[in-house]
Ligand binder design. Structure first.
Ligand code: HEC
Length: 143
C-alpha cells in the first residue's frame, strides 16, 4: 500500500514537472502569413506526421521500397511544388527556410538509402528528418 502511495506521488511529481515544463514561457518566434497559407501549411504538417508514421509501419513490415516512396513523395526535396515554395518563402525567415530545406534533403537521402536496402543509413537519415521537425518547432510558431 505504502509502495503504491509512493508510486502515485512520484507519478504526480513527474506529471507536474512535465506539465510545468511544457507550460514554460514560449519564446518561439511568431510567423505571420495569410490565413489560407497558414491552413495549407498546417495541413501539410499533419501529412508530414502521417507520412512518418506510414514510413515506420513500412519499415517494420520490411518494405523499404514503400518507405522510400512515401519519404520522397511526401517529405523529400521533390515533395514541395515549386509555386508553393515561392509563395511561402517570403513569409519565412532565412533560418526557418534552411531548416525546412535540411528536412527535405534528409528525407530524400532516407528515400535513396531505403531503396538501396541500406537500413542503417536510412534510419540515421530518418532521425535527421525528425531532428529538423523538432528544431523548427522549437524555434517558430504561427501567429
Ligand atoms: C521549417 C519549419 C518546420 C518544419 C521543418 C516542420 N514543421 Fe511542423 N510546424 C511548423 C510550425 C511553425 C507549426 C505551427 C506551430 C504553432 O503555431 O504552434 C507546425 C505545426 C505542426 C503540426 C501541427 C499541425 C496542426 O494542425 O496544428 C504538426 C503535426 C507538425 N507541425 C508536424 C511536423 C512534422 C512531423 C515535421 C517533420 C517531418 C515537421 N512538422 C516539420 C514548422 C515546421
Amino acid at each position: 500500500m505504502i509502495r503504491m502511495l509512493i508510486g502515485i506521488t512520484v507519478l504526480r511529481l513527474l506529471f507536474f514537472c512535465g506539465f510545468s515544463h511544457a507550460d514554460d514561457q514560449d519564446n518561439r518566434q511568431k510567423i505571420s502569413m495569410p490565413v489560407m497559407m497558414k491552413e495549407r501549411m498546417l495541413a501539410r504538417m499533419r501529412d508530414h506526421l502521417l507520412a512518418l508514421q506510414e514510413i515506420q509501419a513500412a519499415m517494420a513490415g520490411n518494405n523499404l521500397d514503400k518507405a522510400s516512396d512515401i519519404a520522397e513523395t511526401r517529405l523529400g526535396v521533390s515533395s514541395m511544388p515549386m509555386p508553393m515554395r515561392h509563395e511561402m518563402a517570403p513569409y519565412m525567415p532565412q533560418s526557418m527556410r534552411m531548416i525546412g530545406m535540411k528536412m527535405h534533403k534528409a528525407a530524400s537521402i532516407f528515400a535513396m538509402k531505403a531503396s538501396e536496402g541500406d537500413e542503417q543509413r536510412a534510419l540515421s537519415s530518418l532521425s535527421e528528418v525528425t531532428q529538423q521537425c523538432v528544431a523548427c518547432h522549437a524555434a517558430y510558431r504561427l501567429n
